[in-house]
Design a protein around this ligand. Sequence first.
Ligand code: GLV
Length: 323
Amino acid sequence: MKPKCVVALALPNELLAHLAEHYEVLPWTEAQAISEAELVNRLPGAQGLLCTLTSPVTPAMIEVADRLKVISTISVGVDHIDLLAASRAAIPVGHTPGVLVDSTADLTLALMLAVTRRVAEADRWIRAGHWTDGWQSDLLLGTDISQATIGIVGLGPIGEAVVTRLKGFGCRVLTWNRTPKQVAGTEPVALDALFAQSDIVSLHTALTEETTHIANRARLASMPSGSSLINTGRGLLVDEVALIDEVQSGRLMAGLDVFVNEPLPVDHPFKRLNNVVMLPHLGSATASTRDAMVARALDNLHAGMAGQRVPFCANPEVYEVDG
Ligand code: GLV
């Protein structure tokens, strides 16, 4: 009998067929995320769980998953998974670091440029039929990245890749990392100073208890008027209510790929504001990066199912031998 593998997201048929060669697959075929209740129903007896950031993996799920040998998420972030509960149950959690660094850094730059040069706003303006007077010296003026001070919060691989790209613009780059880190050509500063001194703040830390609301009301209020917040990390890194107040007042601008609630509610205030550029969580969304993420997640899944060490494991402590 093949081991049972729960797939908690809709996947292309070829991929499901590949999985079915190895496992008894319980697929999820709907476009919307699987509900927590449905996942709890499916997990008893399963040895593998393939999921992504749309399905929280809770302690209750881990408790009912009496035979689970591996959780493999098609994402680098693991904040949707209760890592502590997984580790306590000695279940390795595989994730996909490395392969999405360049795509996410590129998209961060796209948001910085879109916000500061008003790209999305200008596109909407043309489509609405406002371009009737030709070139105008004061039309849709923005600001220059080359003249900006840019603050990078978090110097993991994505934060560093953003710094590498910014060097081409010749701007001043301030950095903050939880464990102090020096990156050539940048100035490490305290977190509060970074917010207070930057024309653009870009968030690249993983979401943990400590980093939740790292962009809090006080730090957002300390940002210079006319500056921008860019977030390609996780929605909860920002106090979204405070950010709404800042962008609604017109004091700050924002470029956001991630939100506290995804999909963004229909009547969300951001949707009414020209000084906010929104993307539907596209950081890793290139065809080749998504292929690489799936390949990495499958490697993790197959290794865990075979009782081997999961190559990209977010909770390596499960392999530490006591004593
Ligand atoms: C995307 O947000 C990821 O964590 O891979």
